[in-house]
Design a protein around this ligand. Structure first.
Ligand code: ADP
Ligand code: MG
Length: 689
């Protein structure tokens, strides 16, 4: 997207950076990097890294180091998996080790002599496939010997763990935040207990024995760590790739939207239950594959290997590396693991030596290896205090705008171009766009809306006015599926949509903005708009990973459409496409909310106080833009307090007071209505203003 990111040519033509002062080593390093052309730096760095990783066992011929690196690799994969659940989707899972255990025991059971059912004909096909064999001992009935291949069980265990993820997630993922953390904590405790108490399957606390080690082209890995090291590296590479592909896709954006604001994500068309389950299942699948790898390497499995501290350790790795950044969490995992296995021993020796030197018996007894959990705790506290985003943060900072880019050009006259995002209405003539009958919503003792009948026809701009607390926002919430009505019906283009979940309402063509801004603050302007398109795009998890020509095209068109929508607001949002939504001014956030709603290709647009916080010039500009949208075929219902806007652009208004519709008609007539005057003035007088 050349029009979005600063072009390399522009960056190259910029003045070279002044040489750093008084730091000769940094100057030398920078000078050597400058030898490599800008565009080639990344590939060069990646190639160097790949070469170092691949050559490591050849150069460092110490088997212990390679073994430690191979073990560290399995934690890097776990961290990648948990990163999808916690980092992408924001679901705090404290029992992640359970899926690690499920994957481990899946392989352990299918590739050891632990379970040996009696042989019967049903096993014959599996024997042909080479998964089991018939074991014969004279005098007793034949039994089945299982030896399912490691290579088959890698995806197999991933699948089994993913199934458990779905089974476990389906009833619990409706919970949020702390509640979900507690429930996952429980699950993490239950799985090792079940493992310990089903000795017939798992050999209980004694642990599985004789797990078969993998074999490739006739070569059996045995206890040699080097082949495991390479398998681990390959798994990390594949799963990093999968993580990045998912992250930069419709699926990844939906996860991040859920993480940022679940309600708003639903209102933008994201099916929250399904996407949370997907995150859980993908995370569990990563852990399942890791379990297989880990058990194949150790050739045993005990319940102690999968207890709560493992879940916590993986969480610390993510926080250390940078929640949400796949490369970061791999670095975090490797750092912590290698710290533990390579350096703590040496460090302990040094502390002891220091103790002898200063003659301190306390120091001589320190054992840092045993204090690893304490060290994790300290790291966690330090990260939270000083670098919450982790060593490698997930969000990049972008350059500030130039003064010319910052200057707004107020415009009148609405939107110049026509928008492909706006759909012309297609329902049979005479069918209202929106119709509510006897709509009721109560909150405890308060009846927020009471028997509201509203009819909105295609291509109208209807205003919804009323004093504060009269139920306007609640009316929007009930229509868009955020709140369930306690009575009455909502019909949209003839279809009954009462009580549908919010994502289903968006799919049918109603999009909205929020009075209290609900942008996805840690996503960019462009990403916010792309989330708005969620309901109109089709890429699933598989398509996102494979990035087929079809998904590429869909993504390209989505980005083009997003830019087209952002251009509605002149130069207000376009120069800021790569900026975080949280960095926008208040008025620009309002505009972005409208852009995001337009991205859903609505037929009916609900605007909740869109001009709040805008100055008079900006208000007029927005009013013109709303009018243009109507001319393009959209129907608009807007809550608005500014009378000039209401008079200017609405065809009709209706008035709510204490949840009841008290008037309806042309804006001018309604304002003269004594009921309405009493509603406004009565409240104002009562408030003592
Ligand atoms: P308006 O948008 O017209 O200012 P609202 O629809 O926000 O008014 O609120 C209408 C009434 O419903 C208010 O009395 C408010 O306190 C109440 N209300 C709105 N949402 C809730 C809620 N989630 N729980 C309890 N009361 C609510
Ligand atoms: Mg309101």
């Amino acid at each position: 997207m050349a029009d979005v990111s600063p072009t390399p040519a522009a960056a190259a033509s910029a003045e070279p950076l002044p040489a750093p002062r008084a730091r000769p080593w940094a100057g030398a390093a920078a000078a050597s990097v400058r030898w490599i052309p800008e565009a080639a730096r990344r590939p060069v760095a990646l190639t160097a890294l790949a070469a170092a990783v691949l050559l490591f066992p050849v150069i460092d011929r110490n088997g212990g180091d390679v073994d430690a690196a191979a073990n560290a690799g399995s934690f890097a994969i776990l961290a990648l998996g948990l990163n999808i659940v916690v980092g992408f989707a924001g679901l705090l899972d404290l029992g992640y080790a359970a899926f690690f255990a499920i994957g481990a025991y899946s392989y352990g059971i299918f590739a050891s002599g632990q379970v040996h059912p009696l042989w019967n004909a049903a096993w014959q096909p599996f024997q042909w496939l080479g998964l089991v064999s018939r074991f014969h001992v004279d005098g007793v009935p034949d039994v089945v010997q299982m030896h399912v291949s490691f290579w088959l069980m890698l995806p197999g265990a991933a699948l089994i763990a993913a199934l458990f993820g779905i089974l476990f997630g389906a009833p619990t993922l409706r919970l949020r935040g702390d509640y979900l953390a507690i429930v996952t904590l429980g699950f993490g405790e239950i799985v090792p207990i079940v493992v310990r108490n089903t000795p017939s399957l798992t050999n209980g606390a004694m642990g599985l024995n004789g797990v078969i080690s993998p074999q490739i082209f006739g070569y059996r890995f045995g206890v040699n760590a080097t082949p495991f090291y390479y398998v681990g590296v390959a798994m990390i590479a594949v799963l990093l790739f999968v993580s990045y592909r998912l992250k930069d896709s419709r699926i990844g954006r939906a996860w991040m939207a859920i993480r940022a604001d679940e309600i708003a994500a639903g209102a933008m068309g994201v099916n929250r239950t399904r996407l949370k389950l997907l995150a859980f299942a993908v995370g569990a699948a990563f852990a399942g594959a890791t379990g297989t790898y880990y058990v194949a390497k150790l050739q045993t499995a005990t319940p102690e290997m999968f207890m709560f501290p493992v879940s916590v350790m993986v969480l610390v790795m993510i926080v250390l590396g940078g929640t949400g950044n796949p490369a970061g969490v791999v670095v975090g995992a490797l750092l912590l693991q290698l710290l533990q296995s390579w350096f703590l021993e040496d460090l302990t020796q040094w502390v002891h030596a220091l103790g002898r030197l200063v003659n301190s018996p306390g120091l001589q007894q320190v054992d840092l290896v045993q204090s690893i959990e304490l060290i994790f705790g300290v790291i966690l506290v330090l990260m939270m205090l000083f670098r919450r985003q982790g060593l490698l943060p997930a969000t990049r900072t972008v350059a500030a705008l130039s003064l010319a880019e910052q200057a707004a050009h107020p415009t009148r006259g609405g939107i110049g171009a026509s928008l492909s995002a706006v759909r012309r209405e297609e329902a049979a003539s005479g069918t209202p766009m929106l119709e509510t009958r006897g709509l009721v919503k109560r909150f405890g003792g308060i009846t927020a809306i009471k028997d509201v009948d509203v009819r909105i026809d295609p291509h109208e701009i209807v205003g919804l006015i009323g004093p504060n607390g009269s139920g306007k926002t609640t009316f929007f919430n009930v229509v868009t599926g955020l709140d369930r009505p306690d009575g009455g019906t909502v019909r949209f283009m003839g279809e009954d949509i009462t009580g549908l979940p919010s994502h289903a309402v968006v799919e049918r063509g109603i999009a909205r903005t929020f009075q209290t801004l609900r942008l996805f603050n840690d996503m960019t302007v462009l990403e916010n708009v792309l989330v708005g398109m969620h309901a109109r795009l089709h890429t699933g998890a598989v398509g996102a990973v494979l990035r087929t020509p079809l998904t590429r095209r869909e993504e390209r068109e989505a980005r083009e459409r997003a830019m087209e929508i952002l251009a509605v607001f002149g130069n207000r949002l376009v120069p800021r496409v790569n900026h975080l939504a949280s960095s926008l001014s208040y008025a620009n956030r309002r505009r972005l909310e409208i852009a995001r709603a337009l991205a859903a290709r609505p037929r009916l647009l609900l605007l909740d106080e869109p001009t709040a916080g805008m100055n008079p010039a900006e208000t007029l500009e927005l009013a013109d833009q709303v009018r243009s949208l109507r001319e393009m075929g959209l129907t608009v219902l807007m809550i608005e307090h500014k009378l000039n806007v209401v008079n200017d652009i609405t065809d009709r208004v209706f008035v709510l007071d204490y949840g009841e519709k008290i008037a309806e008609g042309l804006a001018r007539d309604v304002q003269a209505n004594p009921e309405v005057i009493r509603a406004y003035l009565g409240r104002t007088a009562a408030a003592g203003i």
